[in-house]
Design a protein around this ligand. Structure first.
Ligand code: ATP
Ligand code: PRP
Ligand code: NIO
Length: 504
């Protein structure tokens, strides 16, 4: 892929961040701590769509963003124009010069795209100068939140549709230009076989597919004339939309054209249904096509489909080989945002010692996890068993095999014995240099399939899925709890709350 952002936007995207990131950057610089080494993690707290998993994606676009992360003269000229309340410039010239000379120097570790992930697991770990890490909060969230959301939705749709294919048809109802393009890429990673979005095909190399619209049929004096014209124009791409006037009558007309195509040595591709009772119509259409000698002609269905409608149609015995899914998929209709956050979890003191940081909240789910985190996935030959979030500064003492739910410490479990394991976050940048070799989009999509196969079916099911065990390693949990008590309930520690030892 060429740079997606530069292809589409042709200018710097460094200012694609919330303004408060720049005011904080200025504040760090004024306070003399802009270069202080710090660690941030990007993670979400709840799987979307009541799903049992989330499919991680968007890393390549995050890399694309980071590769261009520098302030251009244009960006700086704009910053000089921004004024405060008393009409004085906000950013002094020396700070502008600091930004001009800034070059990306962070370490980035990330979970590869196409990996199944779970709440509280860091998808990205950014460490480096405080000011740089801070500025990156908004764009990284923007990219990863949307991408992972749509990939997860696509994985759900594809999992119920399988083994039939899913085409992504969403561009016309996507949220804007990037909403359409990013969604096409994310949907492909989630398992769609192709997109109707031709620019996404060009930029990302996703296969493009398409049928024709109602306007095509309506532009001719009769439906059959329109089918013949389409067949003559493009005899190798003949899926006829049959529902403009009457679906089953439309199928009969498609069969007439198929008979003609046969005389030309060509085969009709099939038909598309786009309204009415898709179960009934597909079953009847299948009978007509089979009877006419076209058992290979595919039936494509579209019309506001999502994973639940597809599951219901399959239960009803619908004879649909290809599903065209648009609006519900690319807008993540039932849950339009993932809600990942980006929090600082450690900072080096002026004497070079790592100090942990924690964000407190009345809601336990919103309390951040301190440390420099990694995710260890345990698995047996066929299935993923459990994920452990641990602090790498404490990894040599990783003896405990207990994980504890970050939201509810009464929920814990032991990692089964004799599992293999792998650490999910892999190096992507070292001192600002890209050290990750980017997989092809087709490889990412393949990874999705393999990853999903390794999740127990009860975790993949659409409704009320089983909870995959993913939690904090016991020492990290104890340490976090201790910090919470230290900040909030110092008196409880004095009374001897169980197991609060910190020896990190
Ligand atoms: N057999 C079925 N079972 C469950 N849902 C279905 C079935 N057939 C179609 N649907 C879905 O029901 C929703 C509404 O279908 P409906 O036929 O009302 O669509 P429509 O666009 O109003 O059709 P029409 O153009 O005929 O008015 C769509 O999401 C469609 O995919
Ligand atoms: O329903 P979705 O999942 O969003 O899938 C895309 C929809 O877009 C098209 O409809 P539209 O009425 O825009 O054009 P058409 O004339 O091609 O049907 C297509 O026929 C689908 O119904
Ligand atoms: O090719 C199609 O059939 C198509 C493309 C976009 C939206 N709806 C249908």
């Amino acid at each position: 892929m060429n740079s997606f952002f530069q292809t589409v936007y042709k200018s710097s995207l460094t200012l694609l961040t919330d303004f408060y990131q720049l005011t904080m950057a200025y504040g760090y610089w004024k306070s003399g701590i802009s270069e202080r080494e710090s660690v941030f993690h990007l993670y979400f707290r709840k799987n979307p769509f009541n799903s049992g998993f989330t499919l991680n994606s968007g890393l390549e676009l995050a890399i694309d963003y980071l590769n261009q992360f520098r302030f251009t003269d244009d960006d700086l000229a704009y910053l000089r124009t921004i004024k405060g309340a008393d009409d004085l410039v906000l950013f002094e010239e020396e700070f502008i010069t600091y930004l001009k000379n800034m070059s990306f120097s962070c370490n980035v570790d990330a979970i590869p795209e196409g990996t199944v992930v779970f709440p509280y697991e860091p998808l990205l770990r950014i460490s480096g100068p405080l000011l740089q890490c801070q500025l990156l909060e908004t764009p990284l969230l923007n990219i990863i939140n949307f991408h992972s959301l749509i990939s997860t939705k696509a994985a759900r749709v594809v999992s119920v549709a399988g083994p039939s294919q899913v085409l992504e048809f969403g561009l016309r109802r996507a949220q804007g230009v990037d909403g359409g393009l990013s969604a096409s890429r994310a949907a492909f990673i989630g398992g769609c076989v192709a997109t109707s979005n031709t620019l996404a095909g060009k930029i990302f190399g996703i296969p493009v597919r398409g049928t024709h619209s109602h306007s095509w049929v309506m532009a001719f004096d009769s439906e059959i004339e329109s089918f013949f014209a389409f067949a003559r124009a493009m005899p190798n791409n003949t899926i006829f939309l049959v529902d403009t006037y009457n679906s089953l009558e439309g199928v009969k007309k498609a069969i007439e054209v198929a008979n003609w195509l046969k005389t030309q040595g060509k085969k009709m591709g099939g038909i598309r249904l786009d309204s009415g009772d898709l179960a009934y119509l597909s079953i009847e259409a299948r009978k007509l096509l089979d009877k006419a000698g076209y058992p290979d002609a595919v039936i494509v269905a579209s019309n506001d489909l999502d994973e639940n409608v597809i599951a219901s149609l399959k239960e009803q015995g619908a004879q649909i080989a290809v599903w065209g899914v648009g609006t519900q998929l690319v807008t993540a209709f039932d849950q339009p945002a993932l809600g990942a956050v980006y929090k600082i979890s450690a900072i080096k003191s002026s004497t070079g010692i790592w100090e942990h940081r924690i964000k407190l909240s009345e809601q336990s789910m919103k309390i951040s996890t301190p440390g420099i985190l990694q995710v260890r996935r345990f698995f047996n030959k066929s299935l993923f068993e459990a994920d452990m979030i641990y602090d790498i500064l404490n990894s040599d003492k990783l003896k405990s095999s207990m994980i504890i739910d970050p939201e509810d410490f009464t929920r814990f479990c032991k990692i089964p014995k004799n599992c293999d394991y792998e650490d999910l976050l892999v190096p992507v940048y070292r001192d600002g240099k890209l050290v990750y070799s980017l997989p092809k989009l087709s490889e990412i999509r393949e990874r999705t399939f393999i990853q999903l196969r390794r999740l127990h079916a009860s975790i993949r099911r659409l409704m009320n899925p089983h909870h995959y065990p993913a939690g904090l390693e016991k020492k990290l949990h104890d340490y976090k709890l201790n910090l919470i008590y230290k900040f909030k309930k110092k008196d409880l520690i004095d009374q001897g709350t169980p197991d609060l030892s910190i020896d990190m």
